[in-house]
Each structure stands twice: as C-alpha cells, then as structure tokens.
Design a protein around this ligand. Structure first.
Ligand code: GLU
Length: 513
C-alpha cells in the first residue's frame, strides 16, 4: 500500500452502540494498526431527527472501554477536523459540493411537496409498480430543475421555496466496485433511485456527507457493516461525479452478526429474550428510562469481549482462540473475514471471560475482587492483600466472572446458616461424635498446611474405617456453610487453625441446638 492507511469508524449518534458496531470499530482499528495507519472516529449526525442525547458520549466511552483508542476524531483531536458532521456542515462544504454536482449535470433541484411525492407513489402503485421510486423515469413528471424552466427554478430558490438536491442516476449503466471481502459488486443503475443528497433543512444526507468526508479526511479503506452494501454503487458514482475517482477508498462490507440460532440479524430483543447483553455498556434510554444491560456491567473483561468479537466474522486460519489486542493486530487481515453471517454464541462469550479470568494473576484479581467484597458488606481492611489474592487463586477455577468468586465469601466471614440439603442427606446421629474426634486430630497439627490437613484427614478416615462421603460434606458445611466448593483442605489452611476449629465448635453447637 503506497498511501498511509486511514480508516474511520463513523457511527450515527442515534442510540447505544450495538456490539456489531463495536466489531466494525474493532476491525477498522485492527486494519489500521496492522498497516501502521490511522483510526478515526467520525460522528455522522446529519439526521437531526434521530439524534439521541448521550449517544455520542456512550460511543466514545465504549471505544475507550474496549481500548480501541482513535488517533483522531471527536474527543480525540486531529488535523482533519471537525469530526462531527453537524460542525462540518457549518463550513458550507456539503452545499458547495452538492451545487457543483448540479452545475455539472449530475444532480438536480427537486421542489416536490410531501403531498406530491405521496401522489406519485400512489399513482404508480395503482399502475402496478410494487416499489415506486423517484428515478430516471418518474423524475420527468415531477417538479424539479429538469422539468421546470430555468427562470422558474431560479425564482423558486430566490423565494425560499423548500427544495432538496437529488442525484441524477444515469440510465442503464453498470456501476461496479471491488469489495475486499465480497469481490466484484455490479449493479445496473436502472435499479437505483435518485436519492436525495442534500435536504431542505440545509443538511446533506448520509450519502453525500459520507463521501465528502471520506474524501476530505483522506480515508483509504471503508470498512463497514453489510447494511451499507446497497449504498456502495451510489457512493461510487458520487466519487466519479465529484471527480475523485482516483482517491476513492477501497470498500469492505462486513458480514452480519446473527442470532445464536442463525435465524436473522442479532437484535436487542434477542438479548433481552435470551439473557445476554447486546451493548458494550449499560444504556439508559433518555426518553423511556428503560435500561439495557451492558457487557461491562455484567462483569465481562473488555479483553474477553474484544477477543470474542474479533472471531465473530474473522478467523485466524489456525486453532488459536485467545488473542491479546496486539496479537489480533498482527494476525488480522480482511481476506480472512467471511462473507456470510457469523452466529453469536453467548456460551462461547462466557467461555472467553472465564479464560481471561484464569489468565489474570491472583494479585490482579484481588484488586478487582475487593470492590465486590465491599459491596457484599465485607470489611476488607481486616484482610491483607496477600490473603485476598490467595482466596482468588482458590476460587478462580470455579468462576467465570469476578463477582462469582463471592461464592467463597465464607473465607471472609463465618457461616450463619448451614446448607440444609447437605444436613438432611449427610448428617447422621454419630456425626457430632466423628467430627469431634476429627477435630482433636486437626488441633494437633503443627504446620496447618493443606497437605498436612489432608494427610491427617485421610489417616483419620482409615483408622476409623470411614468413607469420604460420611465426613467431608459435614465438615465442609460446618466450616463454610455450603455444600460445595474448592478443596476443603485449602480452605482450612487459608482460614488457619484457630478459625477452623472455632467454626467446627460453633457449627456443632448450632446444629445440636
Ligand atoms: N453513519 C453510518 C452508520 O451509522 C456509517 C456507515 C459508514 O461507515 O459508511 O453506520
């Protein structure tokens, strides 16, 4: 590649960013970094009616959470700004280009009122046209600068009559471009309509603004969702008509993210229905107040979320599944992005989180676990970091999320209740007696290590001809209050001899009462 790679993520601030949007940002980021290029955040807010307060901040926060930091863009500065289209509009650039297209015969003014447009659609429907369009045929019977006299057009504009600017689609022309993922895309212009490129409110539409900005920001590759593929031919024509064919970026349209059953595009409703987030961060709808869950708040690590997203549509061609962001940058290529939709897998997503949790050091986990302990009412100051880290080391194999390590809360406070099921099934008449004599053996251990505890315990079973099942569940429930958990010997060693014996005594007392 001779030019410096420059790619952009160009969301519209119409609500929270869907995880598909995050994946688009991610692939743009990976592609840029792989080629030593720039990753740009542009906010496409030309449609003021769909603007949602807070959405822009949400987008920026999401990118930061995922560590996909733009080199330029809204909130990040840069020499090609402003990066918000509503601000770019102030420069008059979009209008200038739209008028240039009119002057050169590639676009025209259209004065039709909403009623006239509706009438046209109705007439066509009556005539049997299934999807009526403003196009090369219908434009001839509408009120525009192609059908009205030059004087009338001039006077209407001077009078301040509302008008839009539409692209003048050529008749019967093959429009084609090479998509880096899909190969050649060819469309006959007879199938394309005369899209509005400049609106009556003085704003460009998405199409014009998008092309003008990609050109003026020197974008080399447009990597975006499949839903924009149908806009490709129009954009290609705009580049041509604006005289920018040489600078036209290359296109790559990413496959959809599908529902877990593969049946259609993953939507917010699927998330609600199947109980997984579709948004990176929690989002509160400013109008309805409705809260949608986010991966961050659910306890996912951003690295796990990003790793999962990377593999949703791209494959490295090897068996490797776990990738740091840097490894993804090294391994990524658009050639390995699939054409067909990628099924989202909530279980696999949890699996990724579990892997990342296991990979973290006990000390790192302790830092993340402390706030959870505090929320659970534990006075963390009473425990040293080393102890908390050891607890994490013991609990992490059983957890997918940091907060699940709270299963081991008994390592911070003695149980108040004892698992009824275990008691019902395992507690026998002779249990107190067995536990008491085992307690004496435990009390005699000098070095209260998990190995020594285990040795003592096993020797005791052997001497008394007892099975594990007759003793261990009861001992566990006395010490932890619950029926299951990691190695009880390790739990005892962590608690220390005094606390272990104390818990046995208290438990026996309570259960005898
Ligand atoms: N503003 C469009 C969106 O919201 C961007 C499409 C593109 O990348 O060209 O997805």
């Amino acid at each position: 590649m001779d030019k410096k790679v420059r790619v952009r993520f160009a969301p519209s601030p119409t609500g929270p960013l869907h995880m598909g949007g995050v994946r688009t940002a991610l692939y743009n980021y990976l592609f840029a970094k792989k080629h030593g290029g720039d990753f740009i955040l542009r906010i496409e807010d030309t449609d003021q009616t769909r603007y949602v307060p807070g959405a822009e901040e949400y987008i920026i926060e999401s990118l930061k959470w995922c560590n996909l930091i733009p080199d330029e863009g809204v909130g990040f500065g840069g020499e090609y700004g402003p990066y918000r289209q509503s601000e770019r509009k102030e420069t008059g650039m979009y209008r200038t280009y739209a008028e240039q297209l009119v002057e050169n015969g590639y676009a025209y003014y259209a004065f039709d009122t909403p009623e006239e447009l509706e009438q046209m659609r109705e007439n066509l429907k009556k005539a049997g046209v299934a999807a009526p369009q403003y196009n090369a045929v219908t434009r001839n019977s509408m009120k525009n600068s192609l059908t009205l006299s030059a004087e009338e057009v001039k006077s209407r504009i001077e009078n301040g009559d509302p008008y839009v600017i539409r692209i003048k689609m050529p008749r019967n022309e093959e429009v084609k471009f090479k998509d880096l993922i899909r190969g050649w895309v060819v469309v006959n212009s007879n199938n394309l309509d005369d899209k509005v490129i400049f609106k009556a409110d003085g704003m460009p539409t998405y199409h014009l603004a998008n092309v003008v900005d990609d050109y003026s920001m020197k974008i080399t590759h447009v990597i975006r969702g499949e839903e924009w593929l149908p806009s490709g031919p129009l954009h290609v024509l705009l580049y041509k008509y604006l005289g920018w064919e040489e600078e036209m970026p290359q296109f790559a349209h990413l496959p959809l993210i599908l529902k877990p059953d593969g049946n259609g595009k993953l939507s917010k409703r699927d998330g609600d229905r199947l109980g997984f987030p579709v948004f990176p961060l929690e989002w509160k709808d400013p109008k309805s107040g409705e809260i949608s869950s986010g991966y961050r708040e659910k306890g996912y690590f951003p690295e796990a979320f990003v790793n999962m997203l990377a593999l949703l549509g791209w494959n490295p061609g090897t068996e490797q599944e776990l990738f740091t962001l840097d490894e993804l940058v090294q391994a990524f290529s658009l050639e390995r992005v699939g054409k067909s939709g990628a099924k989202f897998d909530p279980d696999k997503t949890r699996w990724f989180n579990q892997q990342y949790l296991r990979k973290k050091s006990n000390e790192e986990l302790a830092e993340l676990f402390i706030p959870e302990l505090e929320k659970a009412g534990i006075d963390v100051a009473k425990f040293d970091k080393e102890y908390i880290a050891k607890v994490c080391g013991l609990m992490k194999e059983r957890a997918t999320f940091v907060r699940e390590m709270l299963e081991g809360i008994y390592l911070f406070k003695a149980p108040e209740n004892y698992d009824e099921k275990t008691i019902r099934k395992k507690w026998k008449e002779n249990t107190p007696e067995i536990i008491k004599s085992l307690r004496e053996k435990l009390a005699a251990i000098d070095d209260f290590s998990s190995e020594n505890i285990e040795k003592t315990f096993k020797a005791y079973l052997e001497e008394n001809n007892l099975g594990f099942g007759a003793v261990l569940p009861n001992l566990r429930v006395l010490i932890t209050g619950v029926g299951m958990g990691p190695s009880l010997f390790e739990i005892c060693a962590l608690l220390g001899k005094d606390e272990t014996l104390k818990r046995i005594d208290t438990g026996l007392e309570k259960l005898a009462a």
